[in-house]
Ligand binder design. Structure first.
Ligand SMILES: Nc1ncnc2c1ncn2[C@@H]1O[C@H](COP(=O)(O)OP(=O)(O)OP(=O)(O)O)[C@@H](O)[C@H]1O
Length: 261
């Protein structure tokens, strides 16, 4: 028996980092999430795939409380974050988020961007926050950019800073929404490599992406969403090599050949 098996036998399953239960979201009369169930364990990397408009971003937004659910429940650890009494700021402080468009504050230098949440939300003393920020920037190869303003960085560098900012407060969960789709193709690799490093470092991640090769490489679990419903989820091998559902097979075939019937 391996050490890992002994540990898990001794410690029965701990509660998941994220537990999405029956989440429903409608915009006007358009149902966008139609009963989503999704559990994410610590250190797990879950990748959401699906056609444009299938509800991937909306799902991430409900988890970050940028959108309210119409029905269902979302647990972050032991906190029901969909309970009206949940403190939005406290919930958001536990979740790191990076969106498609690197939304760094343009009037702040890179280090101030990375350390802002630690200083303002967590009250970490500036010297301590900056030491951690500089360490993070050095780790991602941008140590020499600490005092630069965002507009002096390439899109890929800005997005890497946005990721550094999201992890600077050691969030329990990281949400990444199409973080490479606004980038020039030659800048995509450096950002995706950074996500690979976060995975190796043990982050818990839910990400939406159209980069299937990346989903295949980095995901522990791939979740295929269609019209607000999870059609199928499984390991990258299960989804990409042996999809069980006809809808998944059709989606993947269309990616390979957009003119497929
Ligand atoms: N605030 C909103 N008001 C009205 N409709 C919305 C709103 N946000 C999203 N939608 C609609 O909800 C549906 C799902 O959108 P969503 O952005 O979640 O899809 P997605 O899978 O992330 O797409 P993409 O891959 O293009 O980012 C779309 O039809 C979209 O137009």
């Amino acid at each position: 028996m391996t050490g890992e098996q002994t540990t898990s036998a001794a410690n029965p399953r701990t509660s998941p980092v994220l537990d999405v239960r029956g989440v429903v979201k409608t915009f006007g009369d358009q149902p966008v999430l139609r009963g989503i169930d999704l559990t994410v364990d610590k250190h797990e990397v879950v990748v959401l795939i699906g056609a444009s408009g299938s509800g991937k971003s909306t799902l991430l937004k409900t988890i970050n409380l940028l959108e309210q659910v119409d029905d269902g429940q979302i647990m972050l650890g032991d906190t029901d974050i969909t309970d009206p009494s949940a403190n939005t700021d406290k919930v958001r402080a536990r979740i790191g988020v990076v969106f498609q468009h690197y939304n760094l504050f343009p009037h702040m230098n890179v280090l101030d961007n990375v350390t802002l949440a630690a200083r303002k939300v967590f009250g970490t003393p500036r010297a301590q926050a900056e030491a951690r920020g500089l360490e993070l920037l050095a780790r991602i190869g941008l140590g020499d950019k600490a005092k630069e303003f965002p507009d002096r960085l390439s899109g890929g560098q800005q997005q890497r800073v946005a990721i550094a900012r999201a992890i600077a407060t050691d969030p329990e969960l990281l949400l990444l929404d199409e973080i490479t789709s606004a980038l020039d193709p030659q800048l995509v690799g450096e950002v995706l490599d950074m996500v690979g490093e976060l995975k190796r470092a043990g982050s818990t991640i839910v990400m939406a992406t159209h980069e299937m090769s990346f989903a295949r490489r980095v995901a522990d679990r791939v979740v295929y969403l269609k019209d607000g419903v999870i059609i199928e989820s499984g390991t990258p091998e299960e989804i990409f090599e042996r999809p069980q559902r006809a809808e998944t097979r059709e989606f993947l075939a269309r990616l390979r050949d957009p003119f497929a019937p």
